[in-house]
Design a protein around this ligand. Structure first.
Ligand code: FAD
Length: 453
């Protein structure tokens, strides 16, 4: 993909990214499933409240809706209810606590992960807030408590979480994209007659409509995998809006990836089997090529971040699990195998184009703050499992952005990431890799379905 692939047309193809993924997926799956370090995550899952609205509102927007929701819940057997499906399973250890940490700073306590986990070095000092962070660190306050979760035992899949609560969170996430009105695009090269827009078009919805129209133009590219993949941001506008388009595409791509997983690992309510649900894919993704395009966009972005971080990961700063040299070496070799694959398609995404021209530099702070707000919004998700994966993936993209925009490859500066950031980054990469795979499978099934009609 060309170095200017964020904005320019030329580039690699969907097929190139899928080819990369066929090599990458086995190694990133191996890393995230088979190492203690990367198969567990520490986060504040239960102890933070939604900072934006009353959490009860997060479950349902109004009383009528709440009653209706409860009525519906009672109609279905207990075992299929959303709160049952959303429950977390497996070991979850208590955080040793800040007080213990402070009592004896020379001897950090080990976290207890439960008998069958075998993790011996789960405690780390990762509570400090760094101004370069794009996410709210999981342990930002002294009173916060961490929860340990096995990611393998709690796969991201269909949970039944839906309705006004889920809708409210997604709406709020997309509202974060509304940077100052004055800085919305005022000209563009969309190839549609309504453009350039009048003043009224300085409205986010119209911009999204424009993105939708552009997506239709991209549709053919998705249907014909060998045509160029355009890692641009959904619609062509001038460079000054690049940052906002990137923000939107990251969010939409994450949303589409979550949708892909809940369709791929879906519950057949009739048979009780977990299986791919083609109709779910058709309605949430196939009919919205822009969403699929944003998944590929995120794949390109994460690939670049992991490749860029690769050099740093070779250094001694990253020990992964001090106290267990053998396990450490195995984990390191698996991490480097992933980074090597990521680096095998050079020039996949050129982050140096961002935050440079026009209003770009002044947008960086805004961009970072908005991303932090999205990470805070995850505390408003009313389903444990969805909150877990929502938090992890937001942290993963936040880490990727930190690597892209705060790590200068031309300086000797080493960006040492916290354990939680590393785990989030590589698991988010594994998630998007799995989405690319699932989308490929779904696309074949859709083609079969259409051929049979
Ligand atoms: P939603 O997916 O809720 O979308 C709301 C609206 O956003 C749509 O009507 C559409 O206008 C727009 N939209 C949809 N997709 C995109 C996109 N990619 N880009 C731009 N706009 C879009 N459910 C599970 O079963 N398992 C999970 O693991 C899970 N995790 C979640 C994590 C988070 C952070 C949140 C907020 C929700 C999660 N959910 C999960 C719920 C799930 O995402 C949906 O909200 C739910 O299935 C209801 O879907 P929906 O069809 O109403 O549309």
């Amino acid at each position: 993909i060309s170095p200017k692939s964020i904005v320019d047309d030329a580039c690699a193809s969907y097929a190139t990214l899928e080819k990369l993924n066929s090599r990458l997926k086995p190694v990133v799956d191996d890393l995230t499933r088979n190492t203690d370090f990367f198969s567990h995550y520490r986060l504040n899952l239960f102890h933070k409240s939604c900072p934006f609205w009353n959490e009860e509102d997060g479950m349902c927007g109004n009383i009528g809706c709440a009653v209706e929701t409860l009525d519906n819940e009672e109609d279905i057997p207990e075992v299929w209810r959303a709160h049952e499906l959303s429950k977390l399973e497996g070991p979850r250890a208590q955080h040793p606590g800040k007080s213990a940490h402070h009592e004896d700073p020379e001897r950090p306590l080990q976290g207890k992960l439960g008998e069958d986990v075998g993790e011996s070095c789960v405690f780390e000092y990762d509570d400090e807030c760094d101004e370069r962070d794009y996410c709210v660190p999981e342990d930002e306050s002294a009173s916060s408590k961490g929860d340990y979760v096995s990611l393998v035992r709690n796969p991201e899949r269909y949970t039944g979480y839906a309705g006004d609560g889920a809708r409210q969170v997604w709406d709020a996430i997309y509202r974060e994209n509304c940077f100052q009105k004055s800085s919305f695009p005022h000209s563009a090269n969309l190839g549609v007659s309504q453009w350039p827009p009048g003043p009224a078009a300085q409205d986010f919805k119209q911009i999204l409509d424009a993105a939708g129209r552009q997506a239709q133009l991209e549709h053919q590219r998705i249907e014909k995998p060998n045509t160029p993949f355009v890692a641009k941001t959904g619609f062509e506008v001038e460079d000054e809006c690049l940052e906002k388009r990137v923000f939107y595409r990251v969010m939409s791509g994450m949303h589409a990836s979550i949708s892909t997983h809940l369709c791929w690992d879906s519950l057949n309510q009739t048979t009780g089997e977990w299986q791919p649900n083609l109709s779910c894919y058709e309605h949430r993704l196939h009919n919205f090529p822009d969403r699929i395009s944003n998944v590929y966009f995120n794949y390109a972005l994460l690939t670049r971040a992991v490749a860029k971080l690769g050099q740093n990961l070779k250094g001694e700063e990253y020990t992964f699990c001090t106290g267990d040299p053998q396990g450490d070496a195995v984990t390191r070799s698996k991490v480097l195998a992933v980074a090597e694959q990521a680096a095998s398609v050079p020039e996949i995404f050129d982050e140096s184009l961002m935050f440079v021209n026009g209003e770009g530099p002044s947008l960086k702070e805004d961009f970072r703050n908005r991303f932090r707000n999205v990470s805070r919004l995850m505390d408003c998700v009313g389903c444990d499992k969805c909150r877990l994966w929502g938090k992890l993936q937001t942290a993963g993209y936040g880490t990727a952005l930190k690597v892209l925009f705060e790590l200068d490859n031309n300086s000797d500066d080493v960006l040492v990431l916290k354990r939680t950031e590393l785990v989030a980054l590589f698991n988010t990469y594994a998630r998007i890799s799995s989405s690319i795979h699932a989308i490929g499978q779904f696309r074949n099934r859709m083609a079969d379905k259409i051929a049979a009609e």
